[in-house]
Design a protein around this ligand. Structure first.
Ligand code: SF4
Ligand code: SF3
Length: 573
């Protein structure tokens, strides 16, 4: 196997024997095969759209969901990937039949293989092969021929890495688009853009570095659209977030913990547990849910539990209820809680019960509820014994922040607020990430910090006080990683007031990345022309020094100085 799609990749170069995340070589091969077959399906869908105006909603939804399943820490279950690959081929046959019925044939070039597919045909041609696939063993063998190695050999490390940058950006934006779709919000242009880019990666033009970079920034533009769509999906369904204190202390009673990004699932769970006496706790990226009026109104959404994703083996092992996993990040479970954890949507773990939606889209969380009722939950003694923690405040989406904008502007103009930091992104377990914890210690008291993503767990429970002369907290959490959209809205509005651009504001972006959603957000920021972004804790392994050089020249992208956060702080001020 060879995978270098996330920040924790082995030795900063690539996982080759087993993933640091726990991904096995078998699952890695199946994921590679899935991306390969989906490239073929997307190429066909792109052709069907362009040549015959055919849209197939099942294909559109599938493409985004399938590539989302290969994102880091989403799915480790080989049987699920076998299903995905079979579904891709089934949908390919269905769409081919539609094209044939419309009398539209494929141009010969549509299935001309490219040298970087090695011994494999063009993915579209492979999908069209009539031969039924064997079992999982055969798929793994074929999948092993569809990895990065052939692309690196033919295209060189820089170009192959930039193709991966595009693929990973697409994974992130497809995931966000899929979250929006769960709430009934879709955008035909987003499906078309994703599929056009996958088609592009199978075309001779993808051997041109400039064309690949252009597609990366185009993916950034598409992701901006997607983050906006997701923000609208959340706010139109659940209302705009409002500042809300969240308890970190348990209450007596049966308990369910829900993790990941999918607010729709949280809503379903709250509905299905209403009146059962079970209390629901958020975990990880679900923390911002407490700020949404349409979710916080449920009295049995009682609080938040645990820290960032990488601590979940410790946190989940001591949770006395069942655990619902809606999206990334999930890790291979310990025996201690194997029987308590359930996966939903694109997530998957070998040997763990997966909750599937029925044909009408309904998800029955009965198994999660029944398990919660079997488990002890929190007793009054537990609650008494556990150390009491202070509440944290969430809910500073763009509406809430813009409502205090006049005070913030006044503070900037009068010199009481010198600088704003956006410290957003993912968390992780590496020691270098202490840089982010330390960075906050060096922030002068006349500064503010906006956080988003699971990186906030380094400081979310600390008291930064208020901005001098106001009752506005110095630390405002804007939400999930996709709420980078909210940060962009706020920055753009501030720039308008000061009659300048975002790059000229007293604002610094210091981003921590881990997985491919963060890659999509970065591409959006670059597409918008945001400069001087600090990125850490390590630069992506898939970008060679030559590729990094291009981004440094064009955008002054700055590697975080993880060894010296004080020096970074000085430079940002
Ligand atoms: Fe390694 Fe990250 Fe790939 Fe997992 S997702 S195999 S940790 S590079
Ligand atoms: Fe975190 Fe996995 Fe990226 Fe949505 S939950 S930010 S790492």
């Amino acid at each position: 196997m060879m995978c270098y799609q996330c920040e924790q990749t082995k030795g900063g170069t690539g996982c080759t024997e087993i993933g640091v995340c726990g991904k096995t070589p078998e699952v890695a091969a199946l994921q590679d095969l899935l991306i390969y077959t989906v490239k073929g399906l997307a190429s066909l869908a792109h052709h069907a759209r362009m040549a015959a105006g055919i849209e197939d909603q099942e294909v559109n939804t599938f493409v985004n969901g399938a590539i989302f399943s290969t994102l880091t820490n989403v799915n480790f279950a080989d049987d699920r990937f076998v299903e995905f690959v079979n579904d891709s081929r089934r949908l390919h046959a269905k769409l081919s039949a539609k094209l044939a019925a419309a009398g539209v044939s494929l141009p010969a070039s549509a299935s001309e293989s490219q040298p970087w597919f090695g011994s494999m045909p063009h993915p579209l041609a492979w999908n069209s092969q009539a031969a039924a696939l064997g079992g999982v063993g055969d798929m793994i063998e074929i999948g092993m021929q569809t990895g990065i190695a052939a692309r690196q050999e033919v295209l060189g490390e820089t170009l192959a890495g930039l193709q991966e940058l595009l693929t990973y950006g697409l994974k992130g934006l497809a995931a966000y688009a899929h979250h929006a779709e769960a709430l009934g919000h879709t955008d035909a242009k987003v499906y078309a853009d994703v599929q056009e880019s996958l088609h592009f990666l199978c075309s001779p033009a993808a051997a041109d570095l400039g064309a690949v970079l252009d597609h990366c920034f185009k993916a950034g533009a598409t992701n901006f659209r997607v983050m906006e769509m997701l923000s609208v999906a959340h706010t139109s369904t659940f209302g705009h977030p409002v500042p809300t204190p969240v308890s970190l202390n348990p209450v007596p009673g049966k308990a369910i913990l829900i993790t990941g990004h999918d607010m729709h699932d949280l809503h379903l769970l709250l509905e299905q547990t209403a009146g059962t006496g079970i209390n629901v706790y958020t975990h990880g990226e679900m923390l911002p849910a407490h700020g949404y009026p349409g979710l916080k109104k449920y009295p049995h959404l009682v609080g938040h539990y645990g820290g960032a994703w990488y601590r979940q083996k410790v946190d989940f092992a001591s949770f006395p209820g069942s655990i619902a996993v809606t999206t990334n990040c999930v890790l291979d479970p310990l025996t201690a809680y194997k029987n308590n954890i359930f996966t939903i949507n694109e997530t998957g773990l070998s040997g763990i019960t997966h909750i599937k939606a029925d044909a009408s889209g309904h998800k029955d969380f009965g198994p999660i509820i029944r398990r919660a009722l079997e488990l002890p939950g929190y007793t009054a003694e537990d609650v008494q014994r556990l150390p009491k923690k202070k509440d944290v405040t969430v809910g500073f989406g763009h509406n809430a922040v813009l409502s205090v904008a006049p005070q913030v502007i006044d503070a900037i103009q009068s010199g009481r607020l010198e600088h704003i930091f956006l410290v957003g992104g993912c968390d992780g377990s590496e020691p270098q990430r202490k840089y982010y914890s330390k960075l906050y210690q060096y922030m002068p008291s006349n500064t503010m910090v906006l956080t988003l993503g699971c990186g906030k767990f380094r400081i979310f429970d600390q008291d930064f006080g208020n901005l001098p002369g106001t009752n506005i907290p110095r630390l405002l959490d804007m939400g999930q990683c996709n709420d980078a959209y909210s940060a962009l809205v706020v920055a753009t509005e501030l720039a308008k007031v000061f009659k300048t651009d975002v790059n000229s504001l007293p604002l610094s972006l210091d981003l921590s990345w881990f997985e491919q959603k963060a890659v999509a957000v970065l591409l959006t920021l670059l597409h918008l022309g945001v400069r001087n972004i600090r990125l850490g804790p390590r630069l992506p392994a898939f970008l060679t020094p030559e590729a990094v050089g291009v981004l440094v020249d064009k955008f002054n992208l700055i590697p975080a100085n993880v060894a010296d956060p004080a020096a970074d702080m000085k430079m940002m001020m």
